[in-house]
Design a protein around this ligand. Structure first.
Ligand code: C2E
Ligand code: CA
Ligand code: CA
Length: 570
């Protein structure tokens, strides 16, 4: 029996000595009796430092509140073990973090005798976690809290008891992109760091926080009981600190910003909704000229949300193929044959149904999406025109069908315009003379030679350029000569005057004058918005060349046009 006992003891001793976790045994008064080597190493490597201590000395300010209560219960024999995460001071003052399990050992009669502690060193894991958490919640460039941390704080703020208030300033720098583009990204980065420092100096009171939530977008959050006036003060302070010029590479830059403020009682508000409202309000400040703040207002939000929603949905809509094109015929006024069609884009929105271009073209212009969207419209339209031409029955000779495509001002400025247009025409095999690009008169007002050059190049290749909505701007008739334009497209307002009986004589005179001027400059004249036969008669008599409008056909699917021209053919 003695031998067997000895063998067990040797086995247990080996476990104790070689265990990868720290093990210590103490009596019920807390005196350390035995510790293994791993535990000594964890505490810094000196055995007497550990052995000389009493368990009760290992109090640490970050102890979980219940640890010493559980310890008391254990040594009194009221509990068998407990487990917790516990920090210890090593002798050199550094902190050791452990997962600690303490168990009560009883003698043969069941009376409490010793306590046994098992501890696993978690110090490094904890540091790593802290660092990862810091990196995940702070912006690497400026060191400010990032979007994640800001959202956590906002969530917590809004969950505060009723009666608490909050204030949020959403700042977007005005014209940062221009500085970034002209100075390069590294200068842009330094500018952002300087801005971050200045912002931080504005929000130093307890409960205030500044975060960077996007490229040049920052937020300042106030919590507690800040009144509307105080939040507005914070916004003014922010605009104030930005006003001092920033020196970069020996030059001075003045950065301005637009701020949207959302503030009020926290009750029932959700973080995402607050942020969206702040964003919308910031845009309102920007639209009003920038360098100012605006206060959120529910009515303005409601109006903007659809615009905001449409704007953000645009890119995905293009990818998902939610756009389609309707074609509206243009007919020759003399014999009523089809001349071609204008491509008019529509958006089949999954919630809102079919949206007309007036709803989304301005938004696409604003965000730049008009460039890929316009490219898509051009390609589809050219393909369609090619199809019409190929399908025309033999013998129905005469003039090949043509396609009109609208170009918006941003597309005019896009450097790829000429090359892309030529590429599409060549790839699809449509003659340049079958394409007409419509540019509004207002887009060409004051245009210099640089802006006109791409249009001129296209015109030289045989592409027609039409001046759309002619007569709505302050047309400088003398200027017409200078423009690479071959078609004038008279605005709907002229045709409206011909609807009444008798037709407005002044309108008739004006149109007559425009037509004769246009023809003397070798420009064709087309009219839009022809809704009645009477209008068509007037316009024919006045010498207009082609016309477009509901009288002939509404915009519709490409098959409609095909049918119309087949009718011509027979
Ligand atoms: P727009 O170029 O002046 O196009 C003519 C507009 O008049 C079209 O409206 C058309 O549906 C409408 N219309 C045609 N006939 C009549 C008529 O007899 N009476 C009346 N009252 N209206 C008529 P829509 O389709 O809503 O297009 C609006 C504007 O959107 C267009 O004006 C054009 O500037 C722009 N747009 C359309 N498609 C595109 C596109 O692909 N790219 C660009 N950049 N703009 C486009
Ligand atoms: Ca047009
Ligand atoms: Ca027009």
């Amino acid at each position: 029996a003695e031998q067997a006992l000895h063998a067990t003891e040797v086995r247990f001793r080996a476990v104790f000595d070689d265990a990868a976790i720290g093990i210590g045994i103490a009596d019920l008064d807390g005196n350390m009796l035995e510790v293994n080597d791993t535990l000594i190493q964890m505490f810094g490597g000196l055995e007497h430092h550990v052995r000389s201590r009493n368990v009760s000395e290992w109090v640490h300010p970050e102890d979980v509140p219940q640890v010493w209560r559980m310890y008391g219960e254990l040594v009194r024999g009221e509990r068998e073990h407990f487990r917790c995460e516990k920090p210890f001071y090593r002798n050199d003052g550094t902190v050791l973090w452990t997962n600690l399990t303490v168990s009560l050992l009883r003698d043969a009669d069941g009376a409490p005798q010793y306590q046994l502690a098992l501890m696993e060193d978690t110090t490094e894991r904890r540091l790593l976690n802290l660092r990862l958490r810091y990196e995940a919640t702070h912006d690497a460039l400026t060191g400010l809290p990032n979007r994640t941390l800001f959202f956590e704080r906002l969530e917590k703020t809004l969950a505060a008891p009723d009666g608490s208030r909050f204030g949020l300033c959403y700042l977007d720098l005005d014209g940062f992109k221009a500085i970034n583009d002209s100075l390069g990204h590294s200068a842009g980065d330094r500018l952002l760091v300087e801005v971050a420092d200045r912002l931080q100096s504005c929000a130093t009171a307890p409960g205030e926080m500044v975060a960077r939530i996007g490229g040049d977008e920052f937020v300042a959050l106030t919590t507690g009981h800040a009144s509307c006036g105080e939040v507005a003060d914070l916004a003014s302070r922010i605009l104030g600190v930005l006003a001092t010029p920033i020196r970069l590479d020996g030059r001075e830059f003045t950065v301005r910003g637009s701020i949207g403020i959302v503030e009020g009682p926290v009750a029932g508000r959700a973080p995402a909704e607050v942020l969206r409202s702040a964003d919308i309000t910031m845009y309102r400040a920007k639209a009003a000229g920038g360098n100012r703040f605006e206060l959120a207002d529910a009515e303005a939000d409601a109006r903007a949300i659809t615009r905001h929603g449409l704007t953000t949905a645009l890119p995905a809509a293009l990818e998902r193929g939610e756009f389609f094109i309707e074609y509206q015929p243009l007919v020759h006024l003399d014999d009523g044959t089809v001349h071609g069609a204008e491509a008019l884009v529509r958006w089949l929105h999954p919630q809102h149904g079919i949206l007309g271009p007036d709803r989304f073209i301005p938004l696409a212009e604003h965000t730049g999406l008009i460039v890929p969207l316009g490219r898509w419209v051009l390609e589809q339209s050219v393909r369609q025109a090619k199809e019409w031409q190929d399908q025309l029955p033999e013998g129905a000779e005469g003039r090949p069908l043509r396609i009109n495509v609208n170009l918006s001002p941003t597309q005019l400025h896009h450097p790829g315009l000429v090359a892309e247009t030529v590429e599409v025409l060549e790839r699809i095999g449509l003659a340049p003379g079958a394409l007409c690009l419509e540019v509004t008169e207002s887009a060409l007002i004051g245009a210099d030679e640089d802006l006109l050059k791409p249009l001129r190049q296209l015109a030289e290749m045989g592409v027609d350029i039409a001046l759309d909505d002619f007569g709505t701007g302050y047309s400088n008739l003398a200027n017409l000569r200078r423009l690479p334009v071959s078609v004038l497209k008279l605005d709907r307002s002229f045709t409206q005057g011909m609807q009444q009986h008798p037709a407005d004589p002044v309108d008739l005179k004006i149109v007559e004058g425009i037509v004769s001027l246009a023809h003397s400059l070798d420009l064709a004249v087309t009219v839009e918005g022809v809704e009645t036969g009477a209008q068509a008669d007037h316009l024919r008599r006045l010498g207009c060349d082609t016309a477009q409008g509901w009288f002939y056909a509404r915009p519709g699917p490409p098959e409609h046009l095909h049918r119309l021209s087949l009718l011509d053919a027979v």
